[in-house]
Design a protein. Structure first.
Length: 319
């Protein structure tokens, strides 16, 4: 995820935009002018989760919807800021991933209801483990990248907790439909279990199988599937930060592929560049399956369809 300087462009251009939008909106409100509740999500990933819970009773809007957009470097417009400050409920990733949301709501209504998925990561410590996001440095503003992995939409338990929290918050705003929101969250829970069943099957059949990634985006997917990411941390760290990896890191990554030391390459198509395209070509030449991942929903898919497809693609690659 071409990130992290990330927050690099996101915070630079939005300050005046926020001020202008906030002047227009004054402060966040619980409803639109006609009394309708609104949910605003930072990306269509979390918008899809929110819509699954809200059903047809609440309007859900996502700020980032384009598959080509990089949430780390997203620049919010005054219109985006107004949507967030006027929302009945804001749902976002957190962990510094969609930092523009914190920038906007930090200047608005302190009583506004929010759901921060990263804060719901199991255990609350946000700690990575071996084989994950471990470059050992502070690559993201606001947190030590060596200790956390903010791509929590790949963690089914966190997504489930987010859906439950959305149901609770919507129930506060709309008590008359609280039971419907809880029922929708329960249905969503069952659908998430279908994804977990796929990753559990991978873990049973391919425990500790080595894989490589162009970026550490799918850490939680690989963790739940019992796989081991053996990519040199210097390589994934540089790619995620928008830098060229050192020649030694590139060579070591290529050797994993040409030497058939990994069983699959997990490839982020959303932030590919010359280096990652070369790595993909190397994998394909060596007969290493490539599993494509993205950071926002592909067009026409909801969260369950998207993550089911991704898990199934990973399973197929390891056959």
């Amino acid at each position: 995820m071409r990130a992290s300087s990330g927050f690099r462009a996101a915070t630079a251009a939005v300050g005046l935009s926020f001020a202008a939008a906030l002047t227009l909106t004054a402060c966040g409100s619980d409803t639109t002018g006609d009394g309708t509740l609104t949910v605003v999500a930072s990306t269509n990933v979390w918008g899809s989760v929110a819509q699954a819970v809200a059903g047809d009773k609440v309007d859900v809007t996502s700020i980032i919807t384009e598959p080509s957009s990089d949430p780390h470097s997203f620049e919010a417009s005054p219109t985006d800021a107004a949507k967030l400050t006027d929302a009945s409920l804001i749902v976002y990733n957190g962990g510094g991933y969609d930092h523009f949301v914190d920038d906007i709501i930090g200047t608005g209504n302190s009583d506004q209801l929010t759901v921060n998925a990263f804060d719901l990561l199991e255990g609350g410590a946000h700690a990575g483990e071996d084989g994950g996001d471990s470059d050992g440095g502070d690559s993201h503003e606001g947190h030590a990248h060596g200790d956390v992995n903010e791509h929590v939409w790949f963690d089914v338990d966190t997504v489930d907790a987010t859906a439950q929290s959305i149901a609770d918050k919507l129930g506060q705003l709309d008590p008359g439909n609280a039971d419907a929101y809880k029922a929708n969250a329960a249905t969503f829970h069952g659908q998430l279990e279908q994804i977990s069943a796929i990753t559990a099957g991978i873990a049973a059949a391919h425990k500790d199988a080595p894989v490589a990634q162009t970026e550490p985006i799918a850490y939680y997917l690989l963790q739940s599937a019992g796989l081991k990411d053996v990519t040199p941390p210097d390589f994934t760290s540089a790619i995620e930060n928008g830098n060229d990896p050192a020649p030694a890191a590139i060579a070591a990554t290529r050797q994993l592929l040409t030497g058939k030391q990994v069983q699959a390459l997990v490839y982020n198509v959303q932030t590919q560049d010359r280096v990652t395209q070369d790595v993909r070509a190397t994998a394909e030449s060596a007969g290493i399956p490539v599993v494509e991942v993205t950071e926002t929903l592909p067009e026409g898919l909801d969260y369950i369809q998207w993550q089911t497809n991704t898990a199934e693609s990973l399973a197929a690659a390891l056959q």
